[in-house]
Design a binder for this molecule. Structure first.
Ligand code: ATP
Length: 295
């Protein structure tokens, strides 16, 4: 077995080492490195134009990095691209579906392209909640249904690596949740998953680790919990009824020394009504580290 750079003997399913890419003279990705293990979901979080899609296009072999190296499943992508394509699943933002084909026909077509002979399109459509619409033409599908079909299509070859660009962007909460469940299922069966998103809630809920990307560079890569603990500040909103009957809301920082004293001071001169604690959000940490927001 190939040794990983950390010496544990486990080769990451995705290994990206110092990749760069420019559109003409304009750099879009400026030295990005990260690994994704089998069974892990890595969330690439960043605002529009951060370099997420460009990174993904390098990972899927559409763009060749100007510098750096990408390995998928232990193989160099630059030299093993065709062999690797059968082992990865990809879902891009652009919905390149054929309106006149049905859901089932799409899946059969992609299965043929991948040389998959034992596809059960009905079972795959059921996994994304489209079992009753499989015979309908895609022209009649809603945006959420098209997105679900795109995800199903990315799964036809039972991929070992799954790469998804903004998988639930613009979907209603039920469709978004359905797609997240499918992604988690894939990770649980050992697939390495990379998703891009500019939605901090999605990154927080879905990803085992989150990478902050801005202006073509990675600013952080860790679990959502550790990012929030290391860089965020927690606070409490204390509601107090003053002696004149009015209700005040006071915000108290919970991190740092003298937390008890600050909380006690917030209730001075009134009757304590409620205390709500607010965790730091990934967006607040993102702003702190990159100097800009996610929108
Ligand atoms: P979004 O969330 O809007 O999809 P992103 O993080 O995926 O953004 P990219 O699409 O990778 O960002 O864009 C990174 C940079 O490269 C941006 O400055 C963008 O304007 C530029 N860019 C992207 N595609 C092209 C292209 N085809 N030609 C020229 N510049 C491009």
């Amino acid at each position: 077995m190939q040794q990983s750079r950390d010496g544990t003997g486990t080769t990451p399913a995705i290994s990206v080492q110092d990749v760069h890419f420019s559109y003409g003279s304009r750099p879009a990705v400026r030295g990005v490195s990260f690994d994704v293990a089998r069974g892990e979901v890595l969330g690439f979080l960043g605002p529009n134009g951060a370099g997420k899609s460009t990174t993904i296009k390098m990972l899927t072999g559409q763009y060749r990095p100007a510098k750096g190296r990408i390995e998928l499943l232990g193989e160099d992508l630059a030299t093993h691209r065709s062999a690797l394509q059968g082992r990865i699943g990809v879902c891009f933002e652009e919905k390149n579906l054929y309106p006149t084909l049905s859901g089932v026909e799409h899946l059969r077509f992609f299965a043929r392209l991948h040389g998959v002979r034992d596809l059960d399109p009905g079972a795959l459509l059921a996994r994304v909640g489209l079992e009753t619409r499989g015979r309908d033409r895609v022209a009649g599908y809603s945006k959420g249904m098209r997105q679900r079909l795109m995800i199903a299509r990315a799964l036809v070859n039972d991929p070992e690596v799954l790469i998804l660009d903004e998988p639930s962007d613009g979907l209603d909460p039920v469709s978004a949740q359905a797609i997240r469940s499918v992604i988690r299922e894939q990770a649980e069966r050992g697939c390495a998953v990379l998703i891009t998103t500019h939605d901090m809630w999605e990154a927080d809920a879905l990803a085992d680790r989150v990478a902050f990307i801005h202006d073509g560079r990675l600013y952080a890569l860790d679990t959502p919990e550790r990012l929030k603990l290391a860089h965020g500040t927690r606070s409490a909103r204390v509601r107090v009824r003053r002696e004149d009957g009015a209700v005040d809301e006071r915000v108290v920082e919970l991190d740092g020394e003298d937390m008890g004293r600050r909380l006690a001071e917030a209730t001075v001169g009134g009757e304590l009504l409620t205390i709500h604690t607010d965790e730091a959000t990934l967006e607040a940490v993102f702003v702190q580290m990159t100097g800009r927001g996610l929108t």
